[in-house]
Design a protein around this ligand. Sequence first.
Ligand code: 2HA
Ligand code: ZN
Length: 273
Amino acid sequence: MKEWLKSNKKVTRVIKDVAELANYLWQRGWAERNAGNISYNLSGMIQEDLSNMDEYPVFGLDRGYPELGGGYFFVTGTGKRMRDLARNPMKNACIIKVSDDGRHYHIISRNKKNLYDFRPTSELPTHLAIHEQLKLNDSPNRAVVHTHPNELVALTQIKEFQQEKELNRILWGMHPEAIVFVPNGLALVPYILPGTETIAQATLDRLSDSEVIMWEKHGTFAVGEDVLDAFDKIDIMSKSARIFFMVRQAGYVPEGLTDEQINELKKKFHPEN
Ligand code: 2HA
Ligand code: ZN
């Protein structure tokens, strides 16, 4: 690890949180092989003078992110395992600096000579598109977490739950916390090829509707003030899906909370909506 990085307390805190999260994702069985990716907006947390960008390898972006120009991001690496990230975060992730014009990025946490074939996550377009929007909205959310929660992915394999309204009605009905912590429910994005600008755009289009976006038959993207906050939102909705399947497996149809009970929770915890 680079010296400046070791002594930066704010950044090392983020890295510690990421390692903790990676362990949770692996333990839950949501992170088979290289599944999932994480990013965090570090802009404003790095004061060290890193002005000589020539030292660091530079890569092009498929489109420009002008709002992110000059910004710093922690991003996990493509093809890396969550369980390895948990043990050794900086070997399985990197810190990038976006160029001032927002069209390139430098990997600043590695020297050119030990870069090998390391590259940021294949879902970088979606991560950067989300960070750009969060910044434009002056959002306190700096973390973006993508994972493959079995229970939620399984629900989107069922035709009737490929309707967002139906999906959220079931998830909110399984336990009261769901509407308290994910008041807008999941924003569902129909299946699109992963790792593309198309899925990034479709995700971005739903960001104003919810902090948790569900990619049909694939996984979730959640935003939060830190990575564990983003994880909690996914975890709560996954618990709902687990309760749903438990009741079904026991041979019963879950009753769910009534519309009145859901509205009562909404009024108490989210009177603004
Ligand atoms: O990082 O999860 O969506 C691998 C993936 C791609
Ligand atoms: Zn994925």
